[in-house]
Design a binder for this molecule. Structure first.
Ligand code: NDP
Length: 283
């Protein structure tokens, strides 16, 4: 039977440690979260972030802007937060309404306050193997899970299915920087199965329920399931067909309770890290 890599347990441990650290600080770390529009999933994510921040003693500022917000209004709001010394981390919840240029918005956030690690400077540093101010949260969480379960990365073949800017690409840099041999697959990849079957570490970030089947997997592989999908019954399911795949692998993350909780724990880790960097500058 495969070892279940319980991101939920690990995230609780990390958050507990951050809470202890924050309790000793006179000035609390503060994260500002901007949400534009009424995307219901985004609202759920935002309230989770706020609740987690509160639970560990951090301050959070939630800024809700209407669906019709234009580029300039959002940029002005970001500038305000960039200039606000009390704000350590700024996050703009994605996706944004279509009238807004997402790339330009992410560029507007000061790299030193870019708690999501999406600013091109931070992504560029990551791609060059240089430590950025913050690494995007889901990829960082994946690395923490692999560490916690003593999974060797060096020399292993890591195959990532998905090439998004928020998961696939940054996790590929993190794995490459840790000396894995990395292959990235996407919707135009031919004969996907022949590639995923070579994976010592398989990362599924496709956004399609139960997409990865037993036939995609090498015996004793380590499988990380990033996917969050709802099935017909409204239940959360991953991108991996857990029941088919689990008997064949050595380690696997469950959905829910795997990568998801780690994303939020890494967001708080990043907030504390940015806070410390900024306090260091003041000294
Ligand atoms: P995107 O939709 O941005 O990217 C999906 C990727 O999968 C694309 O690169 C796409 O290829 C690729 N893909 C789609 N179909 C196929 C196919 N048939 N064969 C091979 N590759 C395919 O998704 P995200 O990266 O944002 O998210 C992926 C999943 O992870 C989603 O379920 C999302 O909800 C979840 N997620 C979970 C998080 C967490 O905290 N656990 C955080 C972020 C995301 P192409 O580029 O060619 O279109």
């Amino acid at each position: 039977m495969a070892i279940l890599m319980k991101g939920k347990d690990l995230s609780e441990k990390l958050l507990e440690n951050i809470k202890k650290e924050v309790a000793n600080l006179t000035v609390k770390p503060t994260i500002a979260v901007i949400i534009v529009g009424n995307n219901p999933a985004s609202k759920v994510y935002i309230s989770k972030k706020k609740k987690t921040a509160e639970n560990i003693g951090m301050d959070s500022i939630i800024i809700e802007m209407p669906e019709g917000t234009i580029q300039q209004e959002l940029e002005t709001k970001i500038e305000e937060l960039n200039n606000d010394k009390a704000v350590n981390g700024i996050l703009v919840q994605l996706p944004l309404p279509k009238q807004i240029n997402e790339y330009k918005i992410l560029e507007k956030i000061l790299p030193e306050k870019d708690v999501d690690g999406f600013h091109a400077l931070n992504v560029g540093k990551l791609s060059q193997g240089i430590e950025p101010s913050a690494v995007s949260c889901t990829p960082a969480g994946i690395i923490e899970i692999l560490k916690e379960y003593n999974i060797d990365i060096e020399g292993k073949h890591a195959v990532i299915v998905g090439r998004s800017n928020i998961v696939g690409k940054p996790v590929s840099y993190l794995l490459l920087n840790r000396h894995a041999t990395v292959t990235i697959c996407h919707s135009r990849t031919k004969d996907l199965e022949s590639i995923t079957k070579q994976a010592d570490i398989l990362i599924a970030a496709v956004g399609k329920a139960k997409f990865i089947k037993e036939k995609h997997i090498k015996d004793n592989a380590v499988v990380i399931d990033v996917g969050i999908n709802r099935n017909d019954q409204g239940k959360l399911v991953g991108d991996v067909d857990f029941n088919e795949v689990e008997p064949k692998v050595s380690h696997i993350t469950p959905v829910p309770g795997g990568v998801g909780p780690m994303t939020i724990a890494m967001l708080m880790t990043n907030t504390l890290r940015l806070y410390k960097n900024q306090r260091e500058e003041i000294k």
